[in-house]
Design a protein around this ligand. Sequence first.
Ligand code: COA
Length: 256
Amino acid sequence: MGSQQYIQVEKKEDIAIVTINRPEKLNAMNIDVVKEMDNVIDHLDKDDGVKVVIITGAGEKAFSAGADIEYMTKISPLEAEKYALTGHATLNKIENSNKPIIAAINGYALGGGCELALSCDIRVASKNAGLGQPEVTIGICPGWGGTQRLIRIIGSARAKEMIYTGKRISAEEAFQMGLVNKVVELPQLMDECMNIAKQIAKNSAIAVRISKTLLNRGIDSDINTGLKLEIFGWSLCFSHPDREQRMTAFVQKSKK
Ligand code: COA
């Protein structure tokens, strides 16, 4: 995948850990960080040896403090559009990746950092984490999907409060509103994410992949379209040898 300045990838068996490594800037995502992340996701998507991806930030303070504010002080509307398009393309790639992706939120997840977490399938936060969409405090609105994904995850009233106030919420508050799946102490964060990843990885990769597609496509479809898609996805599982092996193994075991 070429040499990366800001994004590290470590593989632990069939689980890939992707780390944003710019801790001196609280893992803020300048355009190079975003492009490297895009490149990494492309590679992992094609790697059949990887079943689950975990995204985290380097250090003990931040998952990511968001888009790079210093860079944004200098850019024109057209450059801003390009920055937004780049962010959207990468976060869409994460959301639509054929692997489940877990955000291990190890500290601040603000602005684009929160939006990055929103594009992941599952979010686990450490107790010290703080999440928020503070864009309005610096004169912009969320620009990497926050206005669209947050509302779908936590509902309109809570998303509007978070985005209009720009306030930071604790990991515990994020858990209460369903924004994160779990809260653990920071030293336990990676173990917890690895446990979830291992549980997923031992299941049929094709069945998990089809489930992800159905869940993601269904949420923006009407219920009948979503249910129809489910029938197609379910039937497609029967074309894979994994289904036959797993069902036969189950039946043989229960006959013993
Ligand atoms: N973009 C660029 N640089 C950032 C950044 C961002 N989003 N967030 C933090 N940094 C940089 C700081 O400028 C500082 O750099 P310096 O040491 O060269 O001055 C470094 O990261 C450490 O941040 P600092 O603000 O000193 O840490 P803190 O502990 O006092 O505060 C935060 C932490 C997260 C509360 C604060 O950094 C912050 O509010 N960041 C911006 C969050 C935000 O609004 N994100 C949305 C952007 S759209």
